[in-house]
Ligand binder design. Structure first.
Ligand SMILES: *Cc1c(COP(=O)(O)O)cnc(C)c1O
Length: 387
């Protein structure tokens, strides 16, 4: 090995020694609550397919029909010749769904976040981020070259102190439903702080859209906040919607600015039109099928009461994300492995995804789960936590 690779190999050993080594599991079945893994049937409690739409027969059928119509590849970026009728129709439907002037599709949420933040800010500006924001939001802030400020989780006073000192354009950025904790951002207060300090507010609602709010309109529907209150909304399509991709929704000027300036929009291939068509169908289910959201609430409530009886340490979350705090990374891995042996897939989330000393089992629910499966999970947790 060359010296550079010797160093990398040593780094890998170091990661493993700290119980922070990451590896993939090979899934042999469709996405869903029942997975096939190493030839075994496993009950899945770690997917972001909250509404159970990733393998919905109508969504799958729309995908296949559209692939026959459009082919598989989109051929180019949106601005060259990759922007199809399917993409355009989905954008219009997402704008209507979110109650905003326009929506713009991105190939992934990660790219949407990098693109938005670096289009709006540059040197001399300032970005304010919740400490627990998703990595893509933090990376977007760093990429922009703006002054980068992190405030303590959901701490408005801390944010306001920083806002008062800032110059240039100001952008406050937050997860809507926090991805690793499941709690809601204090958006009314954030919106108020943004208005009174002449800052923009951007909400990444990857885990709220489809899941939270009466109509599945996400965290902004929950708090009844409009485009005037939150200028920039980002949503992903690979979670509650069960497909793939992401979008940004807001004013005409915002969307046109992104089309002209967002490098992660301009210099990348459009997502397949068939994915857009599949998402149009999944959006219809998101809007129409309230029972999926009601079911999630019921499952989370049942889990929370059972877990509290077992003395497990939960987070104050009313979403489909119900983490169990463990603390030590090694212990989180040991419990996750014990659960897998018992037939339950729940991943151990460790630093740097979450802060030091807060390793956790990130339990998530799907509208496809049954209450009896929650009880089975609680039984398995009781046994695995004892080991
Ligand atoms: C998953 C996620 C993203 C990234 O979206 P992808 O489409 O998977 O790239 C961005 N923000 C949050 C909060 C997420 O949970």
């Amino acid at each position: 090995m060359t010296p550079a690779f010797t160093q990398l190999a040593a780094n890998l050993e170091n990661i493993a020694r700290k119980n922070l080594y990451r590896s993939r599991r090979i899934i042999e079945s469709p996405q869903g609550i029942n997975l096939q893994l190493d030839g075994r049937n496993i009950l899945n409690f770690c997917s972001n397919d909250y509404l159970g739409l990733a393998n919905h027969p109508h969504v799958v059928k729309a995908f296949i029909t559209a692939a026959n119509q459009y082919g598989v590849g989109s051929g180019s970026a949106h601005l060259v010749c990759g922007h199809s009728f399917a993409h355009h129709a989905l954008e219009e439907e997402l704008a209507a769904f979110t109650g905003r002037d326009r929506a713009l599709l991105f190939s992934t949420g990660y790219m949407a976040n990098l693109g938005v933040i670096s289009s709006l800010l540059g040197r001399g500006d300032a970005v304010f981020e919740d400490r627990l924001n998703h990595a893509s939001l933090l990376d977007g802030g760093l990429l922009s070259g703006a002054k980068f400020k992190r405030y303590a989780h959901a701490d408005i006073d801390h944010l306001v102190t920083d806002l008062q000192k800032a110059a240039g354009n100001k952008l406050i950025v937050t997860d809507g439903v926090f991805s690793m904790d499941g709690d809601f951002a204090p958006l009314k207060k954030l919106s108020h702080a943004a208005k009174s300090h002449n800052a923009w507010l951007m909400v990444d609602d990857a885990h709220g859209l489809g899941v939270v709010g009466e109509r599945g309109g996400g965290i902004l529907e929950y708090y009844d906040l409009k485009q005037d209150d939150v200028a920039i909304l980002m949503g992903t399509l690979g979670k509650g919607f069960g497909t793939f991709g992401a979008f940004v929704a807001g004013s005409e000027v915002l969307i046109e600015t992104l089309i002209q300036k967002a490098r992660t929009y301009i210099y990348t291939t459009a997502l397949p039109a068939a994915v857009a068509e599949a998402t149009r169908v999944s959006l219809k289910f998101v809007i129409a099928e309230n029972w999926r959201r009601d079911k999630l609430k019921k499952l989370s409530a049942r889990f929370r009461s059972g877990a509290q009886q077992l003395g497990l340490q939960l987070v104050d979350s009313s979403s489909a994300i119900q983490p169990i705090l463990i603390g030590d990374s090694k212990r989180a891995v040991v419990i996750s492995n014990a659960l897998l042996n018992a037939g339950f897939l729940i991943s151990a989330i460790r630093p740097p995804t979450v802060p030091q000393g807060t390793a956790r089992l990130r339990v998530t629910f799907s509208a496809m789960h049954e209450e009896q499966q929650i009880d089975q999970l609680l039984d398995a947790l009781a046994k695995s936590m004892a080991c």
